[in-house]
Design a protein around this ligand. Structure first.
Ligand SMILES: [Fe+2]
Length: 278
């Protein structure tokens, strides 16, 4: 049977792609951030996942503000990168795990999550940046399943709804027959706001609390409304919903393997959190 072997949540700031393109690994601004991934690389070599199920948010390639589903899942055989104009190269094409994606879709439907099912799906920096940070310069051997959350346009799903979505995905993964080793990822955040009077807003305290409670106290997030999250984390800080869904997709008891924070990365609090089943 398939098993969730770990969770890796990470920021997906688009300017990181520019730094990768410019090979700014030793640049004084970027070096601490890139160095923060060395322990992640070692951990991932040990984990050796065969599938990555990633909770993320599309930034306008597949859905725009006129038609924006709350939840969508990719069931495509492959995922191509579409450059958004942020100097992101088409690093690679990712192979989809169609069978697992359809199984997750079926289980979500039974649990009354009405997903938009995408047989074609482009990927942006919310996928490519974390992938390149975690597996730099290589084409991963694992297969990929993207799950898209609306963290962009109100009404966004509540934190507790995202937790429930994740829990159904976890049950679906662990009821999937083939013996896959599944790494769950959540990308984006944590706190940041790109527009208006609060542009540049970062809440280090809230970010730390998020990582603390994601380890084994996901219930902590249930008290927050979407407006609360915007107030605390900024309007784009709603991407923490991807982190919450990813944690929901893990076993109940997890242990922290690694966390790292670099503030700021562009206008965003850069964060990494790695968990394993305990
Ligand atoms: Fe984003």
């Amino acid at each position: 049977m398939a098993k969730v072997i770990g969770m890796l949540n990470v920021t997906h700031v688009p300017s990181i792609a520019g730094a990768i393109q410019g090979k700014k690994y030793d640049d004084p601004y970027w070096k601490p951030w890139f160095d923060g991934f060395h322990p992640v690389h070692d951990w991932l070599k040990t984990l050796n996942p065969t599938v990555v199920v990633m909770f993320h948010n599309d930034h306008g390639l597949n859905f725009f503000l006129d038609k924006l589903p709350t939840f969508a899942i990719g069931v495509a055989p492959k995922y191509d990168v579409a450059d958004e104009g942020w100097n992101i190269n088409p690093f690679r094409t990712f192979a989809g795990h169609e069978e697992l994606a359809w199984h997750i879709r079926e289980e979500l439907h039974k649990a009354e999550f009405d997903m938009v099912v995408c047989q074609e799906y482009l990927i942006d920096h919310s996928v490519t940046v974390p992938m390149e940070l975690c597996w730099p310069g290589v084409t991963p051997s694992f297969k990929f399943v993207p799950i898209n959350l609306n963290t962009i346009l109100f009404p966004v799903p509540t934190a507790s709804r995202c937790e429930k979505l994740g829990k159904v995905v976890h049950a679906a993964i662990e009821s999937f027959g083939p013996n896959e080793r599944v790494l769950v990822m959540g990308t984006g955040g944590l706190s940041h706001q790109l527009e208006g009077k609060r542009a540049g807003h970062i809440n280090k305290k809230f970010d730390k609390e998020c990582s603390d409670h994601l380890v084994n106290d996901i219930e902590w997030f249930r008290k927050f409304t979407s407006e609360d999250i915007v107030e605390l984390a900024g309007s784009q800080g709603l991407e923490v919903l991807n982190w919450i869904a990813a944690r929901g997709a893990c076993p109940a008891k997890m242990k922290e393997i690694y966390r790292f924070t670099k503030i700021p990365i562009s206008n965003t609090a850069g964060n990494i959190l790695c968990l394993e089943p305990s």
